[in-house]
Design a protein around this ligand. Sequence first.
Ligand SMILES: [Zn+2]
Length: 269
Amino acid sequence: MRYIEPHGHMVSRVTDDYIDMVTAGCQAVCEPAFWAGFDRSSVNGFYDYFCQLTDYEPKRAAKFGLPHFCWLCINPKESEDVRLAEEVVALIPKFLERSNVLGIGEIGLNKNSRNELKVLEMHVDLAARQNQMILVHTPHLEDKLKGTRLIVDAIKSDPRIQPDRVIIDHVEEHTIQLVLDAGFWAGMTLYPESKCSPARAIDMLENYGGERLWLNSACDWGVSIPLNVPYTALEMKRRGWSAEDIDKVVYQNPIKFLSQCKKFKLPKG
Ligand SMILES: [Zn+2]
């Protein structure tokens, strides 16, 4: 099997995870910038994190033969402090030139607050000005539908952004239609506890077809399973999916979306 892990917070994972992923057929991993589990005390914390995502972590992944890409932003959980967010957003352009940076992400909303929305718009403006792709995080549980609506409206209202260069992640049964109808890509996050189980993700794939959809594990420092994409592929096989159709969802689809950024290239052979 071959697959892409399009959303993995590898800085939180150990080297055994890299070995397992490569052994399972992972061909590339993409790492959106996110909340570290604690709030950074200043813009310098983000500077160091962006260096880690664009320099140290790709080197660590390369030791296991895995190409590593990333997305940059200040995450919604730290967006209440708008001044800090402005400083971080000002820091991003010079990192965008680095060879493994695919775009702006994972931006979005957490508690759907006014300040979060302001910082989301700041990032969307940055992406538009720099012609960058966007990866979006949607809120959890009861805030998800409202948050997804707010995000879709905010991005749609900027005519400079092409919807097919935006992926809205962590969709569930009640938000997937909204995202696809707006012309965006949608990501399904396979979590052991919340978000989406492999069985629910496959149900959604069967209901909505396999266009503009990808699967990811979003593995991070919390309870999460780095191999959840290949585990789900196995479950698809058990449910009668052909090898070709599985390959489309776990390998070809992410490549189709990510290749819109010229920097996303897999080694030949
Ligand atoms: Zn994430």
